[in-house]
Design a protein around this ligand. Structure first.
Ligand code: CA
Length: 226
């Protein structure tokens, strides 16, 4: 039975999450501040961490950063506040795997947790190596390398690239990307994909504003050009 660690300082939200996650058959641990959360995340080796951004003692970004610095690859789902577009990206930059914006539907959150767990236990990503321009993507290590330079990628970034790379030059629709990568029946207007594409372009493209490899196909989705 998967163990979920909830790090959140709003007791009502913790209660609601615990109830819903337990109803889905998960075991749930919780911490009400960042310092205790980090301690539990390292000591109890949960299968997934639900991590609020605004927390007493240590904020969620710092918890995530330290968790990654300690070499822990546990999937982290960040909870962010509405209107914090930059923060979403920052959350991903510190090594979180996904985020949901408050207020969120508990069913959506549970779906995201399940998708993260599916991926963590041998989902789509295999020991593949992809080439994007001068960058070599090591899917198993969540890393992009170019000569001596290396940049880390999140789980979803790697999965998105892997999906597009399987059909080079072909446009892949937004709904299919959401289904295949996020494992959910989300609305195709979901901004999630765009945020990940922006981040990937910043990592892999010489000029992120005029991408050469990761291209938008208007009205359809995205494609990866070899
Ligand atoms: Ca909070």
């Amino acid at each position: 039975m998967a163990l979920i660690l909830v790090i959140e300082d709003e007791p009502d939200l913790v209660l609601g999450l615990r109830r819903n996650l337990e109803a889905e058959g998960f075991r749930v641990l919780h911490a009400l501040d960042g310092a205790h959360g980090l301690e539990l995340a390292i000591k109890e080796t949960p299968d997934c961490v639900i991590l609020d951004w605004m927390l007493p003692k240590l904020d969620g970004l710092e918890v995530c950063r330290r968790l990654r610095a300690a070499g822990r690859r546990v999937p982290v789902l960040m909870l962010t506040a509405r209107g914090q577009e930059v923060v979403k990206v920052v959350g991903l930059e510190v090594g979180a795997d996904d985020y949901v914006v408050k207020p969120f539907g508990v069913r959506e959150l549970v779906a995201r947790v399940k998708a993260l767990l599916r991926r963590a236990t041998g989902g789509v990503v295999r020991a593949e190596k992809l080439q994007v321009g001068a960058w070599e993507i090591d899917c198993a290590r969540f890393e992009a390398r170019r000569g001596a330079e290396s940049r880390s990628l999140s789980r979803y970034e790697v999965e998105l690239l892997a999906l597009l790379a399987r059909r080079p030059g072909e446009a892949v629709g937004r709904q299919e990307i959401l289904n295949q990568v996020w494992g959910m029946d989300a609305s195709p207007t979901d901004r999630t994909i765009d945020n990940y594409v922006v981040k990937l372009r910043r990592t892999l493209e010489e000029d992120p504003k005029r991408p050469r490899y990761l291209l938008t196909v208007h009205g359809i989705g995205y494609k990866l050009v070899p």
